[in-house]
Design a protein around this ligand. Structure first.
Ligand code: FSO
Ligand code: SF4
Length: 549
């Protein structure tokens, strides 16, 4: 195996024996082979799309497959074997369809459009040839992977929007075109251009998901979320999928089973449509990586709707309480199948399981505040603008992104603690857990941590920045008193970063370490064109940020 797609890549270069995330080498290899076959599917589908003969089911198959290969999404080797078999069947189907549609195919098909295998062993072995390291030039490899990871992030957000009935053919077409392009003989300049175009589609997909979420559940509102517990058996729901959230709340209503959110599902509490559920009790625990202890004390079953799984240790007592759905998977866990024929997913098994469990053990008490997506911030715009004009707010810090288990991430807690009192943090994603329970106070009623929501709600932060630019009549988004100190972990953070670059945001600091997949030359392109930088020590960085415009 070779994988370097996330911030935890071993030794800052790549995981080769097993993933720091817990991914085994067989799963890593199967994921590489799945990606290879998906590229073949996209190759045919692009040609079919050009003549209007592309079957719709391909789009879902591709984004689902990509999503399942995101860090911490799916650890189940059997799922990948099955998916590769299905992918090969689908690719063959597209071959036949292409001929029927009069598509002219080359006499010699590219390998990814013709290679085939039958057994798990063959699928695993193929990865040796087609994995990340098959691209020898390190700059080309770096750009290709940057694009692939951005597209994986796109796939995740496209899937959530799709589940809410929203989709855009242009986004699917781009994802597929971009994957195929990573197999072509493109120059560094062409790949850089494609990387930036990926960012454009990042903005589009986050806007699509924002419209789908707010259209379905209303605009997030400033909300106090309970972090204590009550005395009923309960289900803990994690991940990002709001459709799953909705259906779980509907099906648990009146059953005596409570629902709590974990990690990135916290923002569900901010949506008006979910507030009516009295049994949606609160947010339990912290960011994804603390699940090893928090799931023990939760006592009830846990539902993963997307990535952010930490494979339980052999000594864990909660393994048999784990349920997965959608793109997520874990060997030994119970997988709740997709919706069929317009019906809801069937959560009855997890609800019955919960009834037999003890109520959660309290690990914290109190409340956290969030719900400051674009509409809520616009409602407060006058107050915010006055505070900036009067000098009560000197600067905003976008500290969005991810949390993770590395000790070096203590930096973000210390950074938040040491920020001057006249600064405000704008956050989204699970990075917030590093400082959302600190007593940072408020500025004239404006909380010093403004939480817009999930990582995809970074879109809201961009919309807010664009609005401020308009209010202050500036020519450039970079003239605003906003600094960007972003923590990244997995591929959704990659698409968020590319989206910000597309919007013209400069001087983003990325930590706790720069991606292992950036070659020195590609990192240089990002430094020279966008002023991307890493982080150093809190004091030093604070000085740098505060002295910038
Ligand atoms: Fe994971 Fe966090 Fe939301 Fe990231 S919980 S790490 S970019 O914020 O994605 O999924
Ligand atoms: Fe390593 Fe990250 Fe890949 Fe897991 S996802 S194998 S931790 S680089």
């Amino acid at each position: 195996m070779f994988c370097f797609q996330c911030q935890e890549a071993a030794k800052g270069t790549g995981c080769t024996i097993a993933g720091v995330c817990g991914k085994t080498s067989d799963v890593a290899n199967l994921q590489d082979t799945l990606l290879y076959v998906l590229k073949g599917i996209c190759w045919y589908n692009e040609k079919l799309r050009a003549v209007g003969a592309n079957p719709n089911k391909v789009d879902k198959f591709v984004f689902d497959g990509l999503f399942s290969t995101i860090t911490n999404a799916n650890f189940d080797a059997a799922v990948f074997t099955k998916r590769i078999i299905k992918a090969l069947q689908l690719r063959n189907e597209l071959h036949v369809l292409s001929k029927e549609a009069g598509v002219v195919l080359p006499a010699e098909l590219p390998a990814f459009a013709s290679w085939t295998g039958n057994t798990t062993e063959e699928f695993e072995a193929k990865a040796e040839e087609v994995g990340v390291l098959s691209t020898e030039n390190e700059d080309i490899r770096s750009l290709r992977e940057l694009i692939v990871y951005g597209v994986k992030g796109l796939a995740a957000y496209a899937e959530h929007a799709y589940n809410l009935g929203s989709q855009k053919d242009e986004i699917f077409a781009f994802m597929q075109r971009a994957l195929v392009a990573t197999t072509e003989d493109l120059s560094v300049d062409e790949l850089v251009a494609l990387t930036l175009e990926t960012g454009k589609f990042g903005v589009d997909v986050m806007a699509l998901l924002d419209a789908a979420n707010t259209g379905s559940y209303g605009n997030p509102e400033a909300t106090k979320v309970n972090i204590g517990v009550r005395n009923n058996p309960a289900i803990l729901i994690s991940g990002h999928d709001m459709k799953d959230m909705e259906e779980l709340l509907k099906q648990t209503e009146g059953t005596g089973v409570d629902v709590y959110t974990h990690s990135e599902m916290l923002p569900a509490h901010y949506y008006p449509a979910f507030k009516k559920y009295e049994h949606l009790v609160g947010n339990y625990g912290n960011a994804w990586w603390k699940q090893n202890t928090e799931f023990e004390s939760f006592n009830g079953p846990i539902l993963f709707t997307t990535n952010c799984i930490v494979p339980p240790k052999a000594s864990a007592t909660y393994t048999d309480r784990i349920y997965t759905t959608g793109a997520s998977g874990l060997n030994g866990a119970i997988h709740i199948p997709d919706r069929k024929d317009g019906k809801m997913k069937d959560f009855s098994a997890i609800i019955e399981h919960a009834k037999k469990c003890a109520a959660p053990q309290e690990i914290e008490t109190g409340e956290i505040v969030g719900g400051f997506a674009h509409a809520q911030v616009f409602a407060l715009a006058d107050k915010i603008v006055d505070a900036v004009k009067s000098g009560a707010i000197k600067k905003f810090f976008v500290m969005a992104g991810c949390d993770g288990r590395m000790k070096s991430r203590d930096y973000y807690t210390e950074f938040a603690e040491q920020l001057p009192q006249d600064t405000v943090i704008l956050t989204a994603g699970c990075a917030k857990y590093r400082y959302n329970k600190l007593p940072l106070g408020d500025i004239g009623g404006i909380p010093r941590v403004i939480d817009a929501g999930q990582c995809n709600d970074s879109y809201s932060l961009a919309v807010i920045a664009l609005k401020l630019k308009e209010v202050f009549e500036l020519n450039d988004i970079n003239e605003l008193p906003i600094s960007y100190n972003i923590a990244w972990y997995e591929q959704k953070a990659v698409i968020v970063l590319l989206a910000l670059l597309h919007l013209g945001v400069k001087n983003i600091h990325l930590g706790p370490t720069l991606p292992a997949f950036l070659s020195p030359n590609v990192a240089n392109v990002l430094v020279e064109n966008f002023g991307i930088g890493g982080i150093t020590e809190v004091e030093q960085d604070l000085e740098l940020f505060m002295s910038a415009v």
